[in-house]
Design a protein around this ligand. Structure first.
Ligand code: NDP
Length: 251
């Protein structure tokens, strides 16, 4: 069974691995043996260094995912650099909070571009490569806000709802082609994205009280689910939204 989870020699492209959930996932995939391509906009090399210390290859492709022409170069560059792309994790995402009546068009466009259109482009580009090879794993990072409306996050809710549907649409097309498309749905995870919630004593307490596991999630909680969905262990799983939320949704 250990072999089913082994990613030795696979190439995984992970967006937004500089910190948070993406960093946890990139390190988890590397711990399972995968070589990693980090897609990031910053020059920070701390994740790359941690991954290289595990004895696998790790390259950085610099890309600000708001620039869609640059996004289109990511998968071709990764294939040229690494020889192939076996796993794509669309993790990078942004949040903008504001009452809907005040929500700016710029914030709407930014969130829909990074959280949805860049995801679509990367899925399409990786899918073309994977369908041709009859093999590949795509993992999109959705959200509880793929199922719920959230509060003060209309653009994020629209984008993450769409990421859930895109995951199912692509799975329907590519399941018969040897390509698995699934999503991970994080619950409330203590990362920079949630600084506003964590620093709000009322919201922070309300959220914690509703989590059956009794704690916020952390980036390491995503290593196992990501390795599972990236590996042969999940070969018959298609279009699934795997909720990793300490039990929040079932409460
Ligand atoms: P963080 O804010 O901690 O990290 C976001 C990551 O995305 C960073 O690596 C950031 O890079 C990268 N990123 C953001 N914008 C861009 C861009 N334009 N181009 C390239 N990279 C970019 O967020 P989380 O780790 O919390 O979130 C990761 C994913 O999980 C997101 O898709 C988020 O929506 C989702 N999620 C998170 C939840 C949570 O509770 N935290 C709950 C549900 C879903 P940089 O360092 O350059 O800013």
């Amino acid at each position: 069974m250990k072999q089913a989870f082994d990613l030795t020699g696979k190439v995984a492209v992970v967006t937004g691995g500089s910190r948070g959930i993406g960093k946890g996932i990139a390190i988890g995939l590397a711990e399972a043996g995968a070589n990693i391509v980090l897609v990031q906009r910053s020059n920070d090399t701390s994740t790359q260094e941690e991954i290289k210390a595990l004895g696998v290859r790790c390259e950085i492709i610099h890309c600000d995912l708001i620039n869609l022409e640059d996004v289109k170069q990511v998968i071709p560059n990764a294939i040229e650099t690494m020889g192939s792309v076996d796993i794509l994790v669309n993790n990078a995402g942004i949040q903008r909070r504001s009452p809907a009546v005040d929500f700016s068009e710029q914030d709407w466009d930014d969130v829909l571009t990074v959280n949805l259109k860049a995801v679509w482009i990367l899925c399409q580009q990786a899918g073309r490569h994977m369908v041709k090879r009859k093999s590949g794993k795509i993992i999109n990072i959705a959200s509880l806000i793929s199922f719920q409306g959230g509060i003060l996050v209309p653009a994020y809710a629209a984008a993450k709802g769409a990421v859930g549907q895109l995951t199912k649409a692509l799975a329907n097309e590519w399941a018969s082609q040897g390509v698995n498309v699934n999503a991970i749905v994080p619950g409330y995870i203590a990362t920079e994205m949630n600084t506003a919630l964590i620093e709000d004593p009322v919201r922070s307490r309300q959220i914690l009280e509703r989590i059956p596991a009794g704690r916020w999630g952390n980036p390491d909680d995503f290593k196992g689910p990501a390795v599972f969905l990236a590996s042969d262990a999940s070969n018959y799983i298609h279009g699934h939204l795997l909720v990793v939320d300490g039990g929040w949704l079932g409460r």
